[in-house]
Each structure stands twice: as C-alpha cells, then as structure tokens.
Design a binder for this molecule. Structure first.
Ligand code: NDP
Length: 297
C-alpha cells in the first residue's frame, strides 16, 4: 500500500513531467531583460511578466546590472547567446544609441535608446518608447499639454526621449532646466525650446508657476528631489515625476507640500513605455489597465 507521502511525490513528479513536456513542445522561452546601473529597483521584470502571462507569450525577462565600461561587451554577449531584446535604463541610454546598428526615427530624434531589438538578420535596432509612454500616461491621468506652460527638470537620456512628443503636443511654453545649464542649452537648441538653470533665476518666463512640472533628474534614485524655486509650482500645477516610489517619491511629496493641484509618479509611464517595447518585440499590444492596478495594489 502506498503512503500519502509517496502518492504526493508521484503526483509532483507527474506534474513536473507534464510541465517539462509542455515547455519542450514550445521550446526554450525567448530571452529579454533590462540593463542599467543600478537596476535592483526595477519593476520591469514584474511588468513584462504580467504582460507575458496575459498575452500567453513564451518569454522570460531578467535584470542585468552592467557598468558603462562593460556595456558593449556584455550586451553583445547577451544577443550572441540568443537574447531577443533589452530595455535600457540609467545611465546607458546614450551608449545604447551608439551600440545599435540602426535607429528608429523617434530614437534618432531623442538621441537616446531605451529599447534594443534583435532583427531577423541579426542586426540590432534601437528605439525609444519613453515619450510614447509618458504621453499615454499623462492622458490616463487627465493631463493635457496643449496650450500649457511646461517645464522639465533634468536634461539626461529620459528628457531626450520625452521632448519630441511633448513639443508635438503644442505647449504654449516648453523649458528644459538642468544642473549643468550648458547641457540644457544644447538640448533645448536641438529641440527648439527654452532652457534655464535648474534653480531658475528671476526670468520673465520662469517667474510664474508652470501648468505642468516634469521631474526627470536621476536624483530620485538616491531618494532625493532637486532644489528648485518653489514658485514653479502653483495651485493649478500638475507635477509629474518620471521616477517612481512606494507609495510616493520625494519630488511628489515636495510638489504636494507646495500646493500642486495634482502630483503623480512615473510608475504609470513605466507600464506604458514597457507596453510599447513589448509590442515592438512581440507584435502584440498588452492590456495595461490590469498591470497599473496590480502594481499599485
Ligand atoms: P541620466 O543619467 O541620463 O540623466 C540624469 C539627469 O539628472 C541629468 O540631467 C543630471 O544633471 C541630473 N542630475 C543628476 N544628479 C543630480 C543632482 N545631484 N542635482 C541635480 N541634477 C542632477 O538619467 P535619465 O535621464 O535616463 O533618467 C532620469 C530619471 O528618469 C531616472 O530616475 C529614471 O529612473 C527616470 N525614468 C523613468 C522612466 C519611467 O518610465 N518612469 C523612463 C525613463 C527614465 P547633469 O546634466 O547636470 O548631470
């Protein structure tokens, strides 16, 4: 007579055999991931895991912590070993642009790449889904850009990605403010918008509150917010932090404290830019509503 434990063991072995047969029939899952430094905080594996589960795509998605000096070698190895696509985050977006064999028009416009795609001929295409992700999320929270006064704090890779789509939405004023004012000036020159020092001096166009204040420095990764003049926030301002936190970020708390009408962090943008990358890789557009709910749950 079999014991209960032996019966359980048999059932487990049978389940494992069934699972292994199912995986064998589908082959090994396609490999994707996100590269950055640091990367431990990234929610992208969870988001893409939920997309894969809801669409039935056979894939895995991991985090890769890679130093800038190792980017070329390690990312090339990932693709040579069969990897199909990567998301690229701080501080690699500009290096990734030089790494790619070809660029999408929006990556060229941004001068930064957040998505690498292995093409059927083995070449690597660079794209940028940050701008599309931000615009979809602003729409989701009811924030329109058209005719508004908009300021972006920060002039790194993320700002490069969002500037084009923000401009295309026809704001009344668009200003890039950065710690290194020279970098802001250069970027603003390329994008055809205004620029300022991160702590804007008294200038006619930065002396009154902005309708939309977008935080795009990497300070959030250190649990900090930049020191900027509080007058940029007013009672009608929407503050949007590209960084994200649980439940809030220092910038979101700062904006609320100074009276912003609405303050949101970038988890929504992260989900939307991920959906756009997923579409580029798999040709399937995942539903994002349930993922927004799951991440905030
Ligand atoms: P980069 O490293 O390319 O740029 C960093 C920016 O932060 C630069 O403008 C830099 O200014 C500024 N900065 C860094 N340290 C300081 C400081 N001590 N004081 C003031 N400014 C500082 O980063 P990215 O542009 O790629 O990313 C920026 C942020 O956006 C990150 O937090 C990232 O996680 C987030 N992000 C979120 C996304 C989402 O989907 N939610 C998508 C993309 C990015 P300087 O030029 O003077 O060095």
């Amino acid at each position: 007579m079999r014991t209960a434990a032996a019966a359980r063991r048999c059932a487990n072995i049978k389940r494992m055999q069934q699972k292994s047969a199912a995986n064998t029939s589908r082959g090994a899952p396609d490999r994707y991931g996100v590269v950055g430094h640091p990367i431990a905080h990234s929610r992208s594996p969870m988001i893409h895991g939920l997309f894969a589960a809801s669409t039935g795509e056979h894939m895995i998605y991991d985090r890769y912590d890679i130093l800038p000096e190792n980017f070329d070698r390690e990312v090339r190895a990932f693709f040579v070993e069969g990897g199909r696509g990567l998301n690229v985050t701080v501080p690699h977006k500009e290096i990734a642009m030089r790494f790619a064999d070809e660029l999408s028009p929006r990556a060229k416009l941004a001068g930064a790449v957040n998505t690498l795609i292995k093409l059927p001929d083995g070449r690597i295409r660079g794209d940028n889904t940050d701008g599309a992700g931000l615009m979809t999320d602003l729409q989701r929270i009811g924030c329109s850009i058209t005719g508004k006064r908009v300021i972006i704090l920060g002039a790194g890779g993320a700002t490069r990605g969002i500037l084009g789509p923000l401009r295309e939405a026809h704001p009344a004023l668009l200003i890039v403010a950065n710690r290194s004012a020279e970098r802001a000036r250069e970027l603003a020159g390329e994008a055809g918008c205004g620029y300022a020092d991160l702590a804007p001096g008294v200038r006619s166009d930065t002396a009154e509150p902005f309708d939309v204040v977008i935080h795009a420095t990497s300070l959030g990764l250190e649990g900090k917010a930049p020191e900027v003049a509080t007058r940029i926030i007013g009672a009608n301002s929407v503050a949007y932090d590209l960084g994200y936190g649980n439940p809030d970020t220092p910038f979101v708390r700062w904006a609320r404290h100074h009276g912003a009408a609405q303050a949101a962090h970038g988890l929504g943008m992260l989900v939307e830019q991920a959906a756009e990358s997923f579409f580029l890789w798999r040709g399937v557009r995942p539903e994002t509503g349930p993922v927004h709910t799951a991440l905030r749950g």
